[in-house]
Ligand binder design. Structure first.
Ligand code: PLP
Length: 450
C-alpha cells in the first residue's frame, strides 16, 4: 500500500499528467521515483530497486555521478543558455563536438546537436534527403527501414518506425510519404521462416530487392539500428551489416545508423556498429551521450555528406541545438566513459551475465532465446519452446509486479512483448549484477509452461 504522500502524488498525476506512450488517464503503478544513486532508484516510500534496464536504456553511467552533476552546476552558473543560430557559437558546444570526435568511428566527425533521439532521427533523415538534393538528385527521397525498428515519435521518425504492428502510426495519419519497411533480422522468429546460415541472409538481400524495385534513383537512405532495441534487443546475423553496407554503396544509397540506444558503451563497444567493422554515413546518438543527466542528442555525418552539404544553407535546427548545459554534461560523461573504462566493463560484465543466463536460465522451460552484446541483452519468455508461443499479457504483468516487489526495476517488451531486458548501467559491478540475477532467477523459474 502506498503511503499518504505517494497516494496524493498519484492523484495529482492522474489529474494533470499525460504520460508518454501510455494509456491516457491509465492506471499508474504505485511507484513514484524520487531519488537515484549508483544502479539504484528509490521511490517515495523509500523502497529501492536495482535499475535492471537503466530506465529507458539511457542511464549508462548509473545515477548520481558527482562529476556530471558538478559539470552541469558549473555550466549553468556560467551561462544558462546562449544560441548557436545565425553564425554564433558557445564554448561548451565547441568543446563537446571536439571531444565527441575523439570517440565516433571512421570519418563521422561533423556534429549537429539536438535534444533527444527522435530529433536526431528526424535530422538524420532530413540531412540524407538534403544530401541527395544538394547533388541535384531530388528524386532520391525514399527512406527504407525495418519492421520491428524504433526511431522515435516525431513525424519522420514515426514514419520510419516499424515496431509495434502499426501502433505508432495508427491514429496519427496521414504520415510522411516515401517510407518503406522491410522484414527485420530476427533469426529466432525469422519473418521468412528460414534458418541461419542456410537463409543466405535473406533479410539483407530483401533490402536490395526492395531498393531495386522502388528504383534506386528514388531512394535516399536505408536506416536501421545496429541491434534492434525497442524490438527486444535483437542482434543481426554476423553477415548482415557488412552485406547491407555493400548494398548501400552498390546502389548509391546512404546508410543511416541509429545508435540512440546502442551507443556509448552499451554493447561493450563505444558504438555497436564497431562489432561488424561497419561505419554508417550518418549516425544518430542520444541517451548515453550524457548518461541521461540532461536531454541531448546528436547526428554525426561523414566527410562525403559534410562536403556535399558544405556551403549550402540548411534550414534545420532547434532552439536547443548546442545548449551549453547539455554540452557540459556530455563532456563530463565522455570523461567518465574514458577514465572508468566503461566500455571494457560493459564487455566483461556482459560476458559474465551472458554465461550465467545461458547456464542457469536457458535450461528453464520458459526461457527460449537469449540475445545481445555487452550489457544490451534480451531474454525471450515462451509458454512452449517447440511452438515458440510467447508468454501472455497476464503472465508478463504478474512478472513485472513480482520484479518490482522484489526490488528490480523491470522492462519487458519487444516484438511479442515477451523479452526481459537485462541492461543495467554500464558501470555495474559483478556483485551488483549477480545480486540482480539472483533476484530474477526464481521469478522466471516459477513461470509455468502452457
Ligand atoms: N532511436 C532509437 C534506436 C531509440 O531506441 C529511441 C528511443 O528509445 C529513439 C530513437 C527515440 O529517442 P527519444 O525517445 O529520445 O526521442
Amino acid at each position: 500500500m502506498a503511503n499518504n504522500r505517494t497516494a496524493e502524488l498519484i492523484e495529482k498525476d492522474n489529474q494533470y499528467v499525460i504520460h508518454p506512450t501510455y494509456v491516457v488517464g491509465g492506471k499508474l503503478r504505485e511507484v513514484i521515483f524520487e531519488k537515484a544513486y549508483g544502479i539504484t532508484v528509490v521511490d517515495t516510500d523509500g523502497k529501492e530497486y536495482i535499475d535492471l534496464s537503466s530506465q529507458l536504456i539511457c542511464c549508462n553511467l548509473g545515477h548520481g555521478r558527482q562529476e556530471i552533476i558538478e559539470a552541469i552546476q558549473n555550466a549553468v552558473a556560467k551561462t544558462d543558455y546562449t544560441s548557436t543560430y545565425f553564425g554564433f557559437s558557445n564554448v561548451t558546444n565547441i568543446e563537446c563536438a571536439s571531444e565527441l570526435a575523439k570517440v565516433t568511428p571512421g570519418d563521422l566527425k561533423h556534429f549537429f546537436f539536438v535534444s533527444g533521439g527522435s530529433e536526431a532521427a528526424e535530422a538524420a533523415m532530413k540531412f540524407a534527403r538534403f544530401y541527395q538534393h544538394s547533388r541535384g538528385m531530388d528524386t532520391k527521397f525514399k527512406i527504407i527501414s525495418l519492421y520491428n525498428s524504433y526511431h522515435g515519435t516525431s513525424g519522420m521518425s514515426t514514419s520510419a518506425t516499424g515496431f509495434g504492428r502499426g501502433m505508432y502510426k495508427t491514429g496519427f495519419g496521414p504520415l510522411i510519404t516515401g517510407f518503406i519497411q522491410t522484414p527485420p533480422y530476427y533469426c529466432y522468429r525469422c519473418p521468412f521462416g528460414l534458418e541461419h546460415p542456410k537463409c543466405g541472409i535473406k533479410c539483407a538481400e530483401f533490402i536490395k530487392y526492395t531498393i531495386e524495385n522502388e528504383d534506386p534513383r528514388t531512394v535516399a537512405a536505408f536506416m536501421a539500428e545496429p541491434i534492434q532495441g525497442a524490438g527486444g534487443v535483437i542482434v543481426p546475423p554476423p553477415e548482415f551489416w557488412p552485406r547491407v553496407r555493400e548494398i548501400c554503396d552498390e546502389l548509391d544509397i546512404l546508410l543511416i545508423g541509429d545508435e540512440v540506444m546502442s551507443g556509448f558503451a552499451r554493447t561493450g563497444k563505444m558504438f555497436a556498429f564497431e562489432h561488424w567493422g561497419v561505419t554508417p554515413d550518418i549516425m544518430t546518438m542520444a541517451k548515453g551521450i550524457t548518461g541521461a543527466y540532461v536531454p541531448l542528442g546528436a547526428v554525426a555525418v561523414n566527410k562525403k555528406v559534410f562536403e556535399s552539404l558544405s556551403g549550402k544553407f540548411v534550414a534545420q535546427g532547434y532552439t536547443y541545438s548546442g545548449h551549453p548545459i547539455a554540452a557540459a554534461a556530455a563532456i563530463a560523461a565522455l570523461d567518465v566513459y574514458e577514465k572508468d573504462q566503461v566500455v571494457a566493463n560493459a564487455a566483461k560484465l556482459g560476458d559474465h551475465i551472458m554465461k550465467r543466463l545461458e547456464d542457469e536460465f536457458l535450461p528453464m522451460p520458459c526461457v527460449a532465446n537469449i540475445g545481445g552484446k555487452g550489457l544490451f541483452i534480451g531474454l525471450e519468455l515462451v509458454f512452449d519452446k517447440a511452438s515458440k508461443t510467447p508468454i501472455d499479457d497476464v503472465t508478463r504483468e504478474d512478472l513485472t509486479v513480482k520484479m518490482l516487489r522484489d526490488g528490480l526495476y523491470p522492462r519487458i517488451g519487444g516484438f511479442c512483448g515477451n523479452r526481459i531486458y537485462i541492461c543495467p548501467p554500464c558501470t555495474t559491478t559483478i556483485e551488483e549484477a549477480d545480486a540482480a540475477l539472483d533476484i530474477l532467477k526464481p521469478l522466471i523459474a516459477a513461470i509455468k509452461p502452457k
